[in-house]
Design a protein around this ligand. Structure first.
Ligand code: PEP
Length: 253
């Protein structure tokens, strides 16, 4: 039985004051929902304040990125050692990092290894671009990203994978539930080949890409999909609460 998982990726939104009021507007509601792991991923600068606010609650925190070195002359970067004091999860390989900031499969792989070394739980993002989808190359792309990110890494049940087709992120054009489930089934089979079947069965694999309160049910009803990585809709307290509570209701029934 895999614990459903909903993470909100706030991206580059909210000042630390806005972040404080956003979390204040959802914390009580999130606390009332059980049976779902709830993770908020604010910008780095808001992690300390949110860490104080959510401490002692069932809400967990994640970072949106990190560098793979522990410390040193890497101006502007944030290390896993810094994050480990503030949060439990870290999103790695998000398509906005891959495509806007040139993160290669190799860099993502180093980050996954480094996060695990510091006790952080990676939310590893994989997903194909529109032209790759149109060319029928989804499985090939996702498989390459997975194999590269997980090579030489021991089987690790705390890893979370998010399948996020790039063409669905922030576009309002979500994948279909069955389409997402089929790719996620493939992701699970790739992990089974890379690691083993038992770990693959236990791993949480999420869908991400234009998830809202109106379409979350379509994804969560698929037994293969264990939750969602939510971008834009996680910035609206009511909508995020609706996503989490629908997930609890559907997966709990
Ligand atoms: C994301 O940022 O991972 C994401 C899926 O964004 P959105 O929900 O806005 O498409």
């Amino acid at each position: 039985m895999r614990m459903p998982f909903i993470a909100g990726n706030w991206k580059m939104n909210t000042t630390h004051v806005e972040a404080e009021s956003l979390v204040a507007g959802m914390l009580g509601g999130l606390e009332e929902i059980s049976g779902v792991e709830k993770v908020l991923c604010p910008p780095f600068v808001s992690l300390p304040v949110l860490n104080r606010i959510v401490r002692g609650s069932s809400v967990k925190l994640g970072a949106q990125n990190m560098y793979f070195e522990e410390k040193g002359a890497y101006t502007g970067e944030i290390s896993p050692r810094m994050l480990a004091e503030l949060c439990e999860f870290v999103i790695l390989g998000h398509s906005e990092r891959r495509w806007y900031f040139g993160e290669t499969d190799e860099v993502v792989s180093k980050k996954v290894r480094s996060a695990l070394e510091y006790g952080l739980k990676p939310i590893l993002c994989v997903g194909e671009r529109l032209e790759e989808n149109d060319a029928g190359r989804t499985k090939e792309v996702v498989d390459r990203q997975l194999r590269s990110a997980l090579k030489d890494i021991d089987p690790c049940p705390s890893l979370v994978i998010a399948y996020e087709p790039v063409w669905a992120i922030g576009t309002g054009k979500a994948a279909g539930g069955e389409q997402a489930a089929a790719t996620i089934r493939f992701v699970r089979s790739s992990v089974a080949e890379l690691w083993n079947r038992d770990i693959a069965q236990d791993l949480r694999i999420l869908y991400g890409g234009s998830v809202t309160g109106n379409n979350i049910a379509e994804f969560i009803r698929q037994s293969e999909i264990d939750g969602a990585l939510v971008g834009g809709a996680s910035l609206k307290a009511e909508e995020f609460l609706s996503i989490v509570s629908q997930t609890a209701a559907i997966k709990g029934s």
